[in-house]
Write a protein that binds this ligand. Structure first.
Ligand SMILES: Nc1nc2c(ncn2[C@@H]2O[C@H](COP(=O)(O)OP(=O)(O)O)[C@@H](O)[C@H]2O)c(=O)[nH]1
Ligand SMILES: [Mg+2]
Length: 308
């Protein structure tokens, strides 16, 4: 082996935080980077609640992407926990990606994040997303305006949805990872317990079917997970809502809503786990779940104390 080859084969590994306003496409980008679905995606704001790690490989480099909840002005305790988790993700990262929806452009949330980065003296990679929906002129204008902050080492324009520009971005990021051993085995794509991932799948289906404030008033937990002798898996989950009226809506007429949700979630879980799944969903009213320390632990969030 030549000296040159040896250097080329040196393993690298690092952490990359994807931060940005809610709905920028952070979870979509994570899934695209990893090449499989590790984070749930919906058209609704604030879908992602906790930090999710997805692991991508680029040659000899392992890149651990950290998907974060959107950064927005928090109102409730859960909001605060989500925003804290997002900034926490940025704090630990070797590289920070600021993802902006190029179609939506700058807004108060984007400005607040840029200011946060400036205050922390952090550099970031600016990534404008959803180029499939905007014209070039608008993109360049936005890039110029955002770069006035002077904190971006580079600017990329991508579509997390179609994958356009994502390979270039991955290669660029890989080149900026520190030399060091991999943190995860080669075939691992996510660092989330399966039971949490399974709860997220159900939560995604609920987010897609329920409207207004209800998606934000519920949380899903996997209560039990049992591998059967025939190889199938029996999963029992609880959907916590805050009011009896919400329980009625979550169940739907004659239980139709929960039935459809359960069916869609089961199909996705079977694909994910490559085996038959028996999924049992229960809806429970727990008025104060959003102020309950235990629920936050289940979500993988720190419990914010102080005034709420
Ligand atoms: N057209 C288009 N839509 C996108 C793109 N990336 C994400 N989206 C959509 O934007 C919405 C929010 O995506 P999501 O990944 O959940 O955003 P997050 O809140 O930042 O994690 C979803 O409906 C995605 O399908 C993109 O590149 N192009
Ligand atoms: Mg998300």
């Amino acid at each position: 082996m030549t000296e040159e080859n040896k250097t080329a084969a040196e393993p690298r590994c690092g952490f990359v935080a994807i931060i940005g306003p809610t709905n920028a496409g952070k979870s979509t980008l994570l899934n695209q980077m990893v090449g499989s679905k590790v984070a749930i995606v919906t058209h609704k704001v604030q879908t992602t609640r906790a930090r999710i790690r997805g692991i991508a490989l680029q040659d000899e480099t392992q890149i651990v992407f950290v998907d974060t909840p959107g950064i927005f002005k928090p109102k409730r305790r859960l909001d605060r926990a989500m925003v804290d988790a997002a900034w926490g993700g940025a704090g630990d990262a070797d590289v920070v990606i600021l993802l902006i929806d190029a179609d939506h452009g700058r807004d108060d949330d984007a400005d607040r994040i840029v200011k946060g980065l400036i205050d922390q003296g952090r550099k970031a990679v600016l990534v404008l997303n959803k180029v499939d929906t905007v014209d070039r002129e608008k993109l360049l204008k936005l890039a110029t305006r955002l770069n006035e902050a002077g904190i971006f080492t580079d600017t990329f324009m991508i579509s997390a949805l179609t994958g356009d520009g994502v390979d270039d971005l991955r290669r660029y990021i890989a080149g900026r990872m520190p030399v060091g051993p991999w943190h995860y085995p080669e075939d691992q794509v996510a660092d989330v317990p399966l039971r949490s991932l399974a709860a997220e799948v159900t939560r995604e289906k609920l987010f897609l079917r329920l409207h207004e404030e209800l998606p934000y008033s519920l949380t899903v937990e996997t209560e039990s997970w049992e591998q059967k002798k025939d190889g199938s898996i029996r999963i029992q989950q609880v959907i916590y809502v805050q009011r009896d009226s919400q329980k009625k809506i979550a169940l739907g007429k004659g239980g139709q809503t929960i039935k459809t949700v359960g069916q869609l979630a089961r199909e996705e879980l079977e694909e994910m786990l490559e085996t038959r799944v028996h999924l049992f969903l229960f809806v429970k009213v727990r008025e104060n779940w959003a102020d309950d320390r235990e629920r936050y632990r289940e979500m993988g969030l720190d419990f914010p104390t102080g005034d709420s």
